[in-house]
Design a protein around this ligand. Structure first.
Ligand code: NAP
Length: 300
């Protein structure tokens, strides 16, 4: 089968199209014929080797933590695969059965690869970590990205008042997703543009300590900052909690998200689709800051 792999850490040029044996499903695994995977920013860190301490991948490694595909018994599934196991940038992947959920019926199967990792991050960030409630004000910093697109929709559906950052290229999408107020982060510091305190900040952007501290100051006493990237400083005096989150795979949560997609209450935005052989180009585009939204890598 065809698989993209890297045999050493390095720049996007280390991603090679290899012809390898089809994997064999181990205990608890099922073989999935891959329709598509997606690009996630973590793929860059895994490939470049920055994350080799935290997430050691045996080499050669096949990237692709999201999968949309078909099991050997014909079930269409999606899932968020373990970070360090061989991924779905290949024609077949051996996936833990317990991590798979039925794919949405209302989407092209390949486009469903745009869902698992980012939608689970949004769900867990808002509901498990921030404990978001109806009527609360939340700032989503980095709403123009893959996670942000779901976070805005989930927060709005939960009855929150949503402030969302977006540059010009993403502003219309983020507004359609339900943002009440848009903050153009290219016009000046985000913290300066938010004039009323918020109950929660969901941070999806890498930022320096001063920027993170300014985000913490936007939160009312007793509120919370959840960050999926840079750590946020504590503010014990004002009892603002700060939480660094790490997404985990959860098939039951993913099933709830799929239900919303099929009910038409959550929209899946795919900003671009590339063939498997172009994965290195996608990594290059990401590093050049040229990607926006969620990019699907079509395999079948
Ligand atoms: N800890 C975890 O468990 C976890 C899980 C998933 C993701 N992450 C991390 O979370 C981050 C977001 O992930 P993602 O998949 O959503 O990434 P993504 O799709 O690559 O997000 C890129 C978006 O970020 C926005 N952006 C860039 N610089 C910004 C700034 N200074 N201020 C505000 N927005 C800015 C841009 O929006 P515009 O289009 O508006 O310019 C861009 O579209 C990544 O760093 C990723 O590694 C962490």
């Amino acid at each position: 089968m065809r698989a993209i792999r890297f045999h050493e850490f390095g720049d996007p040029g280390v991603l090679r199209l290899d012809e390898i044996d089809r994997p064999v499903a181990g205990p608890g695994q099922v073989l999935v014929k891959v329709a598509a995977t997606s690009f996630n920013p973590v793929d860059t860190g895994l490939r470049a080797g920055y994350l080799r301490q935290a997430m050691p991948v045996p080499l050669p490694h096949t990237p692709g933590v999201d999968v949309a595909g078909t099991t050997e018994d014909g079930r269409q599934v999606i899932g968020f695969l373990p970070m360090t196991a061989p991924g779905a940038a290949a024609e077949w992947v051996a996936a833990p059965a317990e991590l798979l959920t039925d794919a949405p019926r209302t989407l092209a199967l390949a486009d469903a690869a745009a869902v698992p990792a980012v939608a689970l991050t949004a769900w867990q960030g808002l509901f498990e970590h921030a404990g978001l409630q109806a009527g609360q004000r939340i700032l989503i910093n980095g709403a123009g990205g893959g996670v942000g697109g779901y976070a805005v929709q989930f927060a709005k559906a939960a009855g929150a008042h949503v402030l969302a950052t977006a540059s010009a290229r993403s502003a219309a999408t983020v507004r359609e997703q339900g943002a009440d107020e848009i903050v153009d982060y290219t016009a000046g510091p985000v913290a300066d543009a938010v004039t009323e305190p918020v109950d929660a900040v969901f941070n999806l952007v890498r930022a320096d300590d001063a920027t993170m501290a300014a985000l913490v100051r936007l939160v009312r006493p007793g509120g919370v900052v959840v960050t999926a990237t840079s750590p946020a400083p504590e503010d014990a005096e004002r009892k603002v909690r700060t939480i660094s989150m790490y997404v985990r795979s959860d098939a039951a949560q993913l099933a709830q998200i799929v239900e919303r997609i099929d009910a038409g209450t959550v929209r899946v935005d795919v900003s671009a689709r590339y063939p498997l052989a172009d994965l290195a180009r996608v990594h290059e585009a990401s590093e050049a800051g040229e990607l926006r939204g969620k990019v699907v890598i079509e395999v079948a």
